[in-house]
Design a protein around this ligand. Structure first.
Ligand SMILES: [Zn+2]
Ligand SMILES: [Zn+2]
Length: 153
């Protein structure tokens, strides 16, 4: 029995159509009697192989969907935990995507931002400027004092 390379038609846009031919040989199991043919190339397969392939495609699709569903749940939980209530989880091209409901923006990165109590940051930014002014005042006063002292002697 000769074994050939199996031309599995997984070409994109190649469609299988039902066409029973008792003399043709299945490209997968080499049995005679095919039920499905590719419209775009010579690939054909019997009903048994056709069913197996559809089943395996369905299983991998189901697994993929199950994984995505789980990822969405995890992402939603994380957003809730971080208090990012303005963000929603969506799927774009099979990837988790974060949508900002208020800003109408989206991101593939987790949208973690610092908690909103950023007032200490503003204070620390202001403080050095105050200090510089104080130092300047201090030096000016000291200089003034010295000048006064010198002019008095
Ligand atoms: Zn077959
Ligand atoms: Zn084909």
């Amino acid at each position: 029995m000769d074994f050939q390379l199996i031309p599995i038609c997984s070409e994109i846009d190649h469609e299988m159509e039902y066409k029973y031919r008792s003399v043709d040989i299945c490209d997968i199991c080499s049995k005679s009697g095919i039920s499905y043919r590719c419209i775009n190339c010579d690939y054909s397969r019997c009903s048994g192989c056709h069913r197996d392939i559809l089943a395996s495609e369905e299983i991998s699709e189901r697994l993929r969907k199950g994984k995505i569903k789980n990822d969405i749940k995890l992402a939603e939980f994380k957003l809730k935990e971080d208090g990012l209530t303005q963000w929603d989880v969506m799927v774009s091209n099979g990837e988790i995507c974060y949508v900002n409901k208020l800003m109408r923006t989206y991101s593939f990165e987790y949208p973690y931002t610092e908690p909103p109590n950023n007032s200490p940051d503003i204070k620390t930014e202001v403080r050095p400027r105050e200090q510089i002014n104080n130092i300047r005042c201090g030096i000016a006063t000291v200089y003034e004092n010295i000048k006064n002292y010198l002019s008095h002697t």
